[in-house]
Design a protein around this ligand. Sequence first.
Ligand code: ADP
Ligand code: MG
Length: 148
Amino acid sequence: MQERISKSELETKEFAKNFASKLGRGDVIVLSGDLGAGKTKFVEGILEYFGMQEEISSPTFTIVNEYHKDKIDIYHFDLYRLKDVYEFENIGGEEYFNKGICIFEWGELIEDILPNDYIKITIEKGNTDDERKLIIETLGAKYEELSF
Ligand SMILES: Nc1ncnc2c1ncn2[C@@H]1O[C@H](COP(=O)(O)OP(=O)(O)O)[C@@H](O)[C@H]1O
Ligand SMILES: [Mg+2]
């Protein structure tokens, strides 16, 4: 487990960009944390790294947004409105795991069916409005050696 303190939205995005440089097809990222924690900003940082999009439009109203550029495919899920894991299975959610880079806001809702290897980032609010703690955990052997 690794921890980072972020003092601003910009700092969170910079960290996300550096994080993104280590990602490739088949990687699964779970973002956890309250509403307003910064999960979507983190995803924006990842997309920025790949030159895909700077701002994400209404991610809360669709379950998955797709971004494609060059040979990189990113699937950004927001599971906030997901009823249960079966709803995810019914939309064929598991088929995405190998298709590209999968990022799940509220991914803990599907923890039971996630692949063995994934990276979980929990964002907690800090002492000031702009402070956040990022807790990075890796699950499975694939990411054991990775440091951020
Ligand atoms: N250190 C920080 N990191 C990320 N976001 C921050 C930070 N400080 C303040 N914010 C603000 O918090 C909000 C996070 O929103 P968002 O990323 O949509 O949250 P979530 O997706 O977790 O609900 C944004 O308004 C952002 O400007
Ligand atoms: Mg969000």
